[in-house]
Design a protein around this ligand. Structure first.
Ligand SMILES: [Zn+2]
Length: 425
């Protein structure tokens, strides 16, 4: 009897584990557009529009679990049982904006677009946002009926120009990364594809992407802009570009982003994509990366190869910034909360981080001694924009300075774990 019980338990454990993509989803993408709005005290999540496009290019395993918590999550459940059939985490520019001074004075709205596999039956979709204390701040659930005639069809015709820059393994077991053109005119198409090759070479030279080369497809998507270059409000330079990007995001000069997430996903409809890189035709220094949303970098600055890898660390790897200031963003990582980013700790739950990578006898915190600055793993104070109370794994990592030749061992391990999560069967 005992044997039978444990056999049944084992069988149900195996069955739970083997939630198959085909049980609940078709080979199509459901895109859900939301508007997030509010100020530094309130948040509203509202549904904007649903669309469907051919093919699903996200992960097909570990559908109901998460590697990283993010600053928000989207969850697809079955209405009768509440069973989770898909889950994904993300961060948003809206939440970043909420920590700015402007958010204490006015309300603003931001576009947010998520893609999930297209369900075979009616499902509930829940969007949840959390704050810097990892506490839930808002939640919105809506039902999706896959046969709803108002789900817009996109990506079936009129697809943007695209081509493979590098093709990894089997398309169903590989991470699809698109590289989208911003600020390139129709005549600059060749220049864009050259820049795509340059970007892919950067990843292929850089660990852990070098040894995980075949786990990624890189696809160049050429979208012509009316004007060449990009908007720089601080210099009163305004350009009409395909994705409406600009420097000076939240009044920070080097912060280059687009708020036009609907436009961005429109130009990608019908193209295999899950992760998004936007290359900007500019010689200025700047970029930005938002976890599971997109990363952006200029293509023609001396630091471009370093920035491209750093920002992908944010947008793909969910890595936090390891640099810090003395006086800014004090509230980003409160001392009572362990950050979800794998390369930062407040020591609230250090066991969940890189404790098992510390050499024997390492003191916590570890004194920075200027020796073996890229490799010697410790617990160095200063990180996540704060000089006190937040700790980083090495003295100098690619997530701290552009001069660092590589990711630290902790960032490296975090990216490898994430790739395994996405592509392992
Ligand atoms: Zn690192």
């Amino acid at each position: 009897m005992k044997y039978l019980a444990s056999l049944l338990f084992l069988m149900s454990a195996i069955m739970c584990k083997a939630q198959l993509f085909d049980d609940y989803f078709c080979d199509k993408t459901l895109r859900i557009d939301y508007i997030f709005s509010g100020n530094n005290r309130t948040q509203y999540i509202t549904l904007d529009e649903l669309s469907q496009s051919p093919g699903w290019y996200g992960r097909r395993s570990n559908l109901d679990s998460l590697m990283l918590k993010g600053n928000g999550q989207i969850t697809v459940t079955l209405p009768e049982s509440n069973k989770v059939i898909y889950r994904h985490s993300f961060s948003t520019l809206f939440q970043e904006w909420q920590s700015t001074e402007e958010a204490s004075k006015t309300n603003k709205s931001f576009e947010n677009v998520f893609i999930v596999p297209f369900p075979k039956q009616e499902v509930d979709v829940t969007v949840m946002l959390s704050d810097t204390h990892n506490k839930e701040t808002s939640r919105f659930t809506h039902r999706v009926n896959p046969s709803d005639i108002l789900i817009r069809h996109i990506g079936e015709t009129g697809i943007s120009k695209w081509k493979y820059i590098y093709k990894g393994d089997d398309p169903k077991n590989v991470i699809d990364v698109v590289i989208v053109a911003e600020g390139y005119t129709a005549e600059q198409e060749d220049s864009f594809y050259n820049d795509c090759s340059m970007a892919v070479e950067c990843y292929h030279k850089h660990e852990p992407f070098a040894s995980l080369k075949d786990k990624f497809n890189f696809i160049g998507v050429f979208v012509p802009s009316q004007e060449s270059g990009v908007t720089i409000p601080g210099k009163n330079i305004w350009k009409n570009t395909a994705l409406g990007s600009n420097f000076d995001t939240f009044y920070s000069a080097r912060y280059l982003t687009t708020l036009r997430l609907k436009k961005l996903n429109d130009v990608l409809a019908g193209i295999p994509y899950e992760h998004i890189i936007i290359l900007v035709n500019s010689t200025n220094y700047g970029g930005g990366g938002i976890y599971n949303s997109y990363m952006m970098s200029t293509a023609h600055h001396a630091t471009t190869p370093a920035v491209i890898v750093h920002e992908f660390g944010h947008s793909f790897g969910g890595l936090g910034d390891e640099y810090f200031y003395d006086d800014q963003y004090e509230e980003m990582y409160p001392s009572d909360t362990e950050p979800w980013e794998p390369n930062l700790t407040t020591l609230v739950n250090f066991e969940s981080k890189w404790k098992n990578m510390l050499p024997k006898g390492t003191k916590i915190p570890t004194k920075a001694d200027g020796k073996d600055i890229y490799h010697k793993v410790g617990v160095y104070e200063g990180g996540g924009y704060q000089s006190k109370g937040v700790y980083r794994p090495v003295q100098e990592c690619r997530m701290k300075i552009n001069e660092a030749p590589e990711f630290c061992p902790v960032c490296d391990r975090a990216i490898r774990r994430l790739v395994d999560f996405y592509v392992k069967r």
